[in-house]
Write a protein that binds this ligand. Structure first.
Ligand SMILES: Cc1cc2nc3c(=O)[nH]c(=O)nc-3n(C[C@H](O)[C@H](O)[C@H](O)COP(=O)(O)OP(=O)(O)OC[C@H]3O[C@@H](n4cnc5c(N)ncnc54)[C@H](O)[C@@H]3O)c2cc1C
Length: 191
């Protein structure tokens, strides 16, 4: 399709973080918010584990973007957000030499029967994602979920050097924006 395109979510999120920093945003990585309370003054008190050291923060307003964990945060604030995790898995294949790069698909493909989609990530990588697992929250990577994606990759292009594929998960869980959450949430955020 002429309007179809793909993007690299890693590049996108890193670029977005850098743009936010230029506008004065401060990021705390490897930080876990363990509690949120709203005392009588209306401000919000957060307890955050920073490098395993608890540190308190106070804010006038917060925006919760915690994926499936948003439900827990909502509960701390006396609200109910009806989100349940749906887990998918993806593999990223390095296309290696020129032959592999020519044989890998440039357009997004959808294998309806196997429920697998492909996205080209630049000249030398292609990503395949598939399956939806409704089984609570966990970060396990199950071989029986990954194997059909690898088999599908081998079917669509036998020229790909599968020995060089790197296994990974583009995201652990999905939230409100469902399967196309990355592409849709920027527009959703603008609304
Ligand atoms: C295999 C797979 C393939 C996908 N493919 C696509 C695709 O091709 N295109 C597309 O548009 N979308 C795709 N998605 C969907 C997309 O990844 C999600 O919709 C999107 O990542 C949701 O973004 P989010 O910021 O709302 O939540 P998340 O990305 O889940 O981010 C929530 C963040 O909150 C943090 N957090 C949670 N609890 C705490 C806490 N207590 N303290 C501190 N931080 C906390 C988490 O660590 C996480 O970083 C895919 C998803 C999967 C699983």
């Amino acid at each position: 399709m002429p309007s179809d395109s793909t993007g690299d979510i890693h590049k996108f999120t890193r670029g977005l973080a850098q743009a936010c920093e230029r506008h004065g945003v401060q990021f705390h990585y490897d930080a876990e918010i363990t509690s949120i309370e709203q005392p009588a003054d209306g401000r919000l008190s957060l307890m955050v584990d920073l490098a395993s050291e608890p540190e308190p923060f106070t804010f006038e307003r917060i925006l919760v973007c915690a994926g499936v964990k948003s439900r827990d945060f909502a509960a701390m604030l006396g609200d109910h957000v009806n989100i349940y995790p749906v887990k998918g898995n993806s593999i990223t294949i390095c296309l290696g030499d020129e032959t592999g790069q020519q044989r890998g698909p440039w357009v997004s493909l959808l294998d309806d029967s196997a429920k697998i989609v492909t996205s080209r990530l630049g000249a030398d990588r292609v990503r395949l994602a598939g399956t939806a697992e409704i089984n609570g929250f966990n970060r396990d990577i199950r071989l029986d979920r990954i194997a059909p994606i690898v088999v599908d990759a081998a079917t669509f292009s036998r020229g790909i050097d599968l020995a060089r594929h790197s296994l990974g998960r583009s995201a652990a869980n999905d939230a409100e924006h469902v399967a196309q959450g990355w592409t849709r949430q920027t527009a959703g955020g603008a609304l």
